[in-house]
Design a protein around this ligand. Structure first.
Ligand code: KG4
Ligand code: ZN
Length: 351
């Protein structure tokens, strides 16, 4: 079965073709980071318009690179279903992907399936050469979400804990902004932190000892703000690096400790990290060290599939359809779900 995947929930347009027999055939991505950078964050209207501009060229590029033979029309014929991100995300951006997928589906007479964006992230480590087996604990750390999930199988997710306020990625982005670093802040703050002195700033570890699996990152962002103010707002590069180091150490400590608690509480020995913050090298180093010490396995998506992409949507669509072929439909009256909890999303409940 060959599934076309379309991702457009935020500031990346992604298109991919996944074959359940041969694996990922091709994928293409356009990041809008450069466009949003001058505004210091994603401008939803600009995001939607750019998704419209990119969708068709990215689809053509994916088809060309897929190895499927012949001209576009013949390649289209080989696609069995079209998966698209139905939510959560920016309403306008989601609508572009949904209408593109449904329009294509109608024109080519292909069934469509709406995919939960976080399910795409959560299953993305299964695309790697060393995939985890079910069940596992998944830490989802993206720009909009921070959640711990007990993943028992495809479509079988139990929410164990989540952030009470800011997401981890959001804390990275907001703190980077306070330090005058670029957008998105995650990679930049992480790079700066490597040059920082860990003893200069001891920031709070929010909810570290709360015994539950919830998170809170807004206080940490306030601590960064206070530190910046204490410098009188004028920070040398070394000051910025020291603040970045204090911030990253605090986030990594909390994320690592909560993962340990989740593994302990469930008795599971496999941990999967998904979402943009999963690209963070300091987090990976801490989790790898904990995995050796506490004897569990930790899995990450390939770096290119940590942040948003079409491959994870095509892949999640293929897994959904393998589990339940009736999950795709030829009802092209789409609706998007900007806010949509993942927990309890059972197969067949997608539409
Ligand atoms: O999963 P993602 O691409 O989009 C959402 O679904 O939100 O995650 C984007 C988030 C941003 O907040 C970005 O700053 C963060 O992931 N991020 C990182 C790194 N790379 C991306 N955070 C920390 N370290 C990184 N290397
Ligand atoms: Zn994402």
């Amino acid at each position: 079965m060959i599934v076309l995947g379309i991702e457009s929930s935020c500031d990346e347009t992604g298109v991919a073709l996944y074959d359940t027999q041969r694996g990922l055939l091709a994928h293409a991505l356009h990041s809008q980071v450069a466009m949003h950078e001058e505004y210091g964050g994603v401008v939803p209207e600009l995001a939607s318009r750019d998704h419209i501009r990119r969708a068709i060229p990215l689809l053509e590029q994916t088809l060309r690179n897929s190895g499927l033979s012949g001209a576009n029309a013949i390649r289209h014929a080989e696609i069995d279903a079209i998966a698209y991100t139905q939510g959560p995300g920016l309403a306008g951006a989601l609508l572009v992907g949904a209408s593109f997928a449904c329009g294509l589906g109608m024109a080519l007479d292909k069934p469509i399936i709406g995919i939960h964006h976080l399910e795409g992230h959560l299953l993305s480590p299964l695309l790697s050469s060393n995939p985890p087996e079910f069940p596992f604990i998944a830490l989802l750390v993206s720009g909009g979400h921070t959640q711990l999930m007990h993943v028992r199988g495809v479509g079988d997710y139990v929410l164990l804990g989540e952030t009470m306020d800011d997401a981890a990625g959001e804390a990275f982005d907001k703190s980077a902004k306070l330090l005058g670093l670029g957008y998105p802040g995650g990679p930049e703050i992480s790079r700066m932190a490597q040059l920082g002195d860990p003893s200069v700033h001891q920031f709070p570890r929010p909810m570290l000892h709360s015994k539950d699996l919830h998170f809170s990152f807004s206080g940490l962002k306030t601590a960064v703000l206070t530190a910046v103010r204490n410098y009188g707002g004028v920070l040398s590069d070394q000051d910025k690096a020291n603040v970045a180091r204090g911030f990253v150490d605090a986030v990594v400590d909390v994320l690592t400790a909560k993962c340990m608690t989740a593994l302990k509480q469930t008795g599971l020995k496999r941990l999967v990290i998904a979402g943009g913050v999963g690209a963070n090298q300091q987090l990976r180093a801490a989790l790898n060290a904990a995995a050796v010490k506490k004897r569990f396995q930790v899995y990450y998506p390939e770096l290119e599939f940590c942040t948003d992409n079409g491959a994870m949507i095509a892949f999640a669509g293929a897994l959904r359809l393998q589990a339940n072929p009736a999950a795709a439909s030829r009802d092209y009256s789409f609706n998007v779900r900007p806010r949509w909890p993942l927990s309890g999303t059972q197969i067949g409940q997608i539409k």
